[in-house]
Design a protein around this ligand. Structure first.
Ligand code: PGA
Length: 261
């Protein structure tokens, strides 16, 4: 079962996640981080940047693999996930740019971009901790409803809902790309620890389905139920549709001191 931790707000979630990631980097300086984009992980990156600066943690050997990328955006487009990861993660944390990877959404090489990415992740030894947000339609990465639990990095067509949700980053909904390249559910499940974050009422239904609903490709987030080490960090609003919330609070209140996230 996922460990569900209900926190006061996204800043508190960011601190908890950052504490865990900082401890990982201290123990393994070339740790492999699974990076997510969107609004959800930003408090984690901010807290982690503050923490590594304050502690003088050496992050120069940290490696990273982003979950996904849009297909066909011009190189350097400010909303490409390569640009977002550079702006929100690599620069503020002071990571080594050549060690941080994003799926290649260029049309010219798209046919083998998925296989190339899978190979690179495997050769790195695998992702130590994977940050995840969840879409209002239940997607993790850009694995839209119906994605196979056996899926690996490949091109997907974004749902209309996701294009609407992401229109805020573009001039209009029409400017949101139709296709993406995303790690598959099987790729994500190979990470050693999954850290899923969700904030706000808009995520409550998808989150409840992921944590407590039937395991179904119709709700890709439910794939987390197949993973042995999952931490879910949520605010009260995103937690509002969880049936077993009292148990999650009880378990966290009695968490053994020796047990990490
Ligand atoms: P958000 O997106 O973090 O911007 O809400 C999450 C997702 O689509 O996975």
């Amino acid at each position: 079962m996922a460990e569900v931790v209900v926190v006061a707000d996204k800043e508190a979630a960011g601190e908890l996640a950052a504490e865990s990631i900082q401890a990982l980097i201290a123990a393994k300086p070339d740790a492999v981080l699974g990076l997510a984009t969107g609004s959800t992980p930003l408090p984690v990156y901010r807290a982690l940047a503050r923490r590594v600066a304050a502690a003088g943690t050496d992050v120069s050997h940290v490696r990273g693999y982003a979950l996904d990328e849009y297909v066909g955006l011009p190189a350097g487009h400010p909303e490409s996930y390569r640009a977002v990861i550079t702006r929100e993660v690599v620069e503020p944390l002071g990571l080594t740019p050549s060690l941080i990877h994003v799926p290649n959404g260029a049309i010219a090489t798209i046919e083998h971009a998925g296989a190339d990415y899978e190979k690179a992740i495997a050769e790195s030894g695998g992702v130590d901790v994977q940050l995840l947000g969840i879409g209002t339609d239940g997607h993790i990465g850009f694995n839209e409803p119906g994605s196979s639990f056996a899926s690996v990095t490949r091109v997907k067509t974004l749902t209309e809902q996701t294009r609407k949700d992401n229109a805020r980053f573009f001039a209009s909904e029409d400017d949101v790309p139709m296709h993406c390249i995303t790690q598959g559910l099987s790729t994500i499940l190979r990470a050693r620890h999954l850290l899923l974050l969700a904030f706000g009422e808009g995520k409550a239904e998808a989150l409840a389905g992921a944590v407590e609903g039937p395991v179904s490709a119709s709700n890709p987030g439910s794939a987390i139920q197949l993973h042995p080490h999952v931490t879910v960090l949520v605010d009260e609003a995103a937690a509002s549709k969880l049936r077993n919330i009292d148990y999650y609070r009880y378990a966290y209140a009695h968490k053994p001191a020796w047990q990490k996230l």
